[in-house]
Ligand binder design. Structure first.
Ligand code: MLT
Length: 314
C-alpha cells in the first residue's frame, strides 16, 4: 500500500501550482532569474509557477521558510551564493544549508558590476577611487542585507581598497537600485541581470566588472575588470540554484530536476540570460549531488574570507 501511495503521489505531481520562493524583494536580480526560469519551467514541469518574494536578513528569511515547508514539491527555493556565505555570517541560522534541503540543480552564474549614482562626480574607475579616497567616512554603499551577493562583493571591494564604507541594507537590490538612481546612496555592487539595462541606458555610472574577463555588450565591454583595474585576482560570480525541503520524495526531486534541465536548454531563456550577461550552467552541477558538492566547496571557500572580515549577524 505504501509503495502504491508513493507511486500515486509521484504520478500526480504536480497537480496544483508550484511556488518558487525568492528570498529577496521583487525587481532584483534573483527575482529576475526566477521569473525568467519559471517561464521556461512551466511546460517541462507541467505546472503553473508562482513566485513568492520573501525578503530580509540577506536572503536567510526566505531560505528558512522553504527549509520548514512541507516536503511535497510545491514549495521550492531559488537562491544564490548566499546559500554558501550566510552560514559564516549568521550565528544562529534557522537552517543548515547542507542538511535541510534537497538539491535540485545549479542554474547560472552572473557577474557583478560596480555602479554609482548618476550624480557621482566620477566617470571611470580611476576617478571613482579618487572620489572614494576623498570621501572616506561619508560613502554610502547599498546592498541587499548581510550575506547578500551585493554585501559579499561590497565587503571584498572595501577590503581590497582599504576604504570603509557605510552599508545601507535593502530587502533586495531592486529597491536599492531605485535609491541609487535617486541619488540617496552612492555606490553598489550588483549583478548584471539587474544593472545591464541601467548601464546601457546611461542611467547609472558604471565603473568596473567583477568577472575575470571583460563582458560583452555595448556598454559593459567598455568597463575594465577589477583585476585589470588593479585589484589583482578580484573575481566574484553569483551562482543561482534550486532547492526543495529535505525529505521531498526522490521521484518528485528527480521530476523537478529533469524539468529544470529542459528549462536550461530553452532557447528563449538562454537569450534572456545572455542578454543580461548571465551564463547558464550546462555541466554536472545541473544534477543534485554535484550541485550539493559545489555548494559545500563554496561554503569552505567563502567562510574564511567572510570570517576574516569580522562581520556577523545574530
Ligand atoms: C543580492 O545582492 O544578493 C541580490 O542582488 C539580492 C536581490 O536579488 O535583490
Amino acid at each position: 500500500l505504501g509503495l502504491t501511495a508513493v507511486g500515486a503521489v509521484w504520478a500526480e505531481y504536480p497537480d496544483k501550482p508550484v511556488t518558487i520562493v525568492v528570498p529577496f524583494a521583487a525587481g532584483g536580480p534573483t527575482d529576475k532569474v526566477a521569473r525568467d526560469l519559471a517561464e521556461a519551467l512551466r511546460k517541462p514541469l507541467g505546472a503553473t509557477l508562482v513566485i513568492e518574494n520573501v525578503g530580509g536578513a540577506g536572503g536567510t528569511l526566505g531560505a528558512t521558510k522553504v527549509s520548514k515547508a512541507a516536503p511535497d514539491g510545491y514549495t521550492l527555493l531559488l537562491h544564490h551564493i548566499s546559500m554558501a556565505t550566510s552560514p559564516a555570517l549568521y550565528r544562529n541560522m534557522q537552517y543548515k544549508t547542507l542538511e535541510d534541503f534537497e538539491y535540485l540543480g545549479l542554474i547560472n552564474e552572473v557577474p557583478m558590476t560596480v555602479i554609482g549614482r548618476p550624480t557621482l562626480p566620477a566617470n571611470n574607475y580611476a576617478e571613482l577611487v579618487k572620489w572614494l579616497e576623498a570621501n572616506k567616512g561619508k560613502i554610502n554603499l547599498a546592498n541587499a542585507g548581510l550575506g547578500a551577493a551585493s554585501h559579499l562583493c561590497g565587503l571584498l571591494f572595501q577590503s581590497a581598497l582599504k576604504i570603509d564604507m557605510t552599508t545601507v541594507p535593502y530587502k533586495g537590490t531592486g529597491p536599492a537600485m531605485t535609491d541609487l538612481l535617486g541619488g540617496q546612496v552612492d555606490i553598489m555592487c550588483d549583478q548584471t541581470t539587474n544593472t545591464t539595462s541601467q548601464i546601457d541606458s546611461g542611467k547609472v555610472k558604471a565603473f568596473a566588472v567583477t568577472s575575470p574577463k571583460r563582458l560583452a555588450g555595448p556598454a559593459l565591454s567598455k568597463l575594465p575588470t577589477l583585476d585589470e583595474a588593479g585589484l589583482k585576482g578580484f573575481n566574484v560570480s553569483i551562482w543561482h540554484g534550486m532547492y526543495a525541503p529535505k525529505g521531498t520524495p526522490k521521484a518528485i526531486v528527480d521530476k523537478i530536476n529533469a524539468a529544470l534541465k529542459q528549462a536550461l536548454n530553452d532557447p528563449e531563456f538562454a537569450k534572456r540570460e545572455e542578454a543580461l550577461g548571465a551564463v547558464i550552467v550546462h555541466d554536472a552541477r545541473n544534477n543534485g549531488p554535484e550541485h550539493k558538492k559545489f555548494v559545500e566547496a563554496e561554503i569552505n571557500k567563502w567562510g574564511p574570507v567572510i570570517k576574516a572580515a569580522g562581520q556577523y549577524a545574530d
